[in-house]
Design a protein around this ligand. Structure first.
Ligand code: NAD
Length: 260
């Protein structure tokens, strides 16, 4: 795997983003990582990755619900490292409620973080990539970018939206050394999904283990959670020379969820 490249990973302080930060660091990428964290926690993660892998890691605490901070995140990475080779739009949030009860402020927040942030970071990163004729943009969408579930109006709308954005960016940059793809995971056991399992266990008066099994059984025929490490491996593959002609693709990693 290529070393000395620069990757920006949003939402890298937890779950899938954290797994990708670890995998890209191990592959020798220098990193600009972003995401919310307790005071000192992200800085300490950055230091650990730097020491373990002899790379540079910059933590930038931008709130991606704010378009200006999305742009600032990209500008900061370009200033610190001189360029961006890989942009991974991963940060995301969830809220679950029937549409008629869905709080408008949760709708706005989910659309801002799961969709608009990727537009703002991509818009800011593209000119540099186009100038160098080289770049990889990876959007972490979801099985919910391809199919729907009840009570997730904002999330499903945002994830379908990011699949559309992925295709447009891929088309506009085809043949220019820049690829843009979406990874569409099924259920991955991260804090974002654990909360939904815990809520379900409480609502249906079953154990967390049973709620977890029910959760998978309902959607993911393989019956197992997708692993963070496997998503990171797919993202790394999309950055390899072998993936040069994979662009505009939406790649499910979902245990056959969307095959149904
Ligand atoms: P997570 O809750 O573990 O991590 C989310 C990350 O996003 C955290 O680092 C958090 O700080 C960051 N974040 C949230 N709001 C932010 C904001 N306003 N500004 C900056 N950072 C912000 O969640 P996860 O499960 O690792 O999810 C990562 C991505 O994968 C999301 O886009 C999610 O929709 C997607 N996804 C997750 C699953 C799953 O089953 N966990 C499945 C499909 C897709």
């Amino acid at each position: 795997m290529s070393t000395n490249q620069i990757a920006v990973i949003t939402g890298a302080t937890s779950g899938i983003g954290l797994g990708m930060a670890r995998a890209f660091a191990a592959a020798g990428f220098h990193l600009a990582i972003n995401g919310f964290a307790a005071p000192g926690e992200a800085e300490s993660l950055a230091q650990t990755l730097e020491k373990e892998h002899r790379i540079r890691v910059r933590y930038q605490p931008a709130d991606l619900a704010d378009p200006q901070q999305c742009t600032a995140l990209i500008k900061d990475a370009e200033q610190q490292f001189g360029r961006i080779d890989v942009l991974i739009n991963n940060a995301g949030i969830q809220y679950v409620a029937p549409t008629e009860q869905f709080p408008p402020d949760r709708w706005d927040a989910i659309l801002a973080v799961c969709l608009s942030a990727a537009f703002h970071t991509t818009r800011a990163a593209l000119p540099g990539m186009q100038q160098r004729g080289q770049g990889r943009i990876i959007n972490i969408a979801s099985a919910h970018g391809l199919v729907a579930s009840i009570h997730k109006s904002a999330y499903v709308a945002a994830k379908h939206g990011i699949v559309g954005l992925t295709k447009v960016v891929a088309l506009e940059n085809a043949g220019r050394g820049i690829t843009c793809n979406a990874i569409c995971p099924g259920f991955v056991l991260t804090p974002l999904v654990q909360k939904q399992i815990d809520d379900r266990a409480a609502q249906t008066h079953v154990s967390v283990e049973q709620a977890s099994r029910d959760f998978l059984c309902e959607k993911q025929p393989s019956g197992v959670f997708t692993k963070v490490e496997d998503i990171a491996a797919l993202a790394l593959f999309l950055c390899s020379a072998a993936a040069t002609n994979i662009t505009g693709a939406c790649l499910p990693i979902d245990g056959a969820w969307t095959a149904q």
